[in-house]
Design a protein. Sequence first.
Length: 227
Amino acid sequence: MTETIKIRSTAADGFEFAALHAQPKGRRRGGVIVVQEIFGLDQYILADVERWAALGFEALAPSMFDRAAPGFVGGHNAEGMAAGYAAREKTDPQVALADVAACIAFLAPRGPVFIVGYCYGGTVAWHASTQLEGLAAASSYYGGGVIDLADLSLKNPVICHFGRKDTYIPADKVQAKLTAAHPITPVYIYENSGHGFNIEGRSDADPADAKLARERTLALFVEHGAA
């Protein structure tokens, strides 16, 4: 069962943000931070939290835009995208990292902590992996800002996922930049999918691609400490 809890940020403001929280089913394998797209904690992030919990992970999805727009959930349409972009622009990347750091501190006493992020969250997952201590591994999905952070050193293993048909992110260009900066970091391109392919039911999402990306993410977590 997923509940909404409050987490106090490590940022100077000590802000308390909401987070979806689900206990693992069966034996606990670790904790995973699930970082949202620009649409907030919508039904797709809830589904992902529950998916990870079903795999044995204590899952925690912080509401990243709570300072700018408390409880924000935007529709997957032009209006929702505009509202999501506006909330993102009001969210300081360093404050976002402080919120992730608070999530790490919440989960760490009970085992290894992993992070997975989508779109905006994919960039946050990569950024956190360059700045924060305490992450065992990270999986970054279609993070549009990753290319601008490619030259930063990584503190933990990361894998990245991009869709060949993504009209927002030039997959080959990003892959080349990341591979040049981090030769041992896997950067996967999924030939049959566009942006947001982890979301089930999207017209430009191939179910086989989504399944493979999740399998690769789980394998990464197991390799780096998931029981």
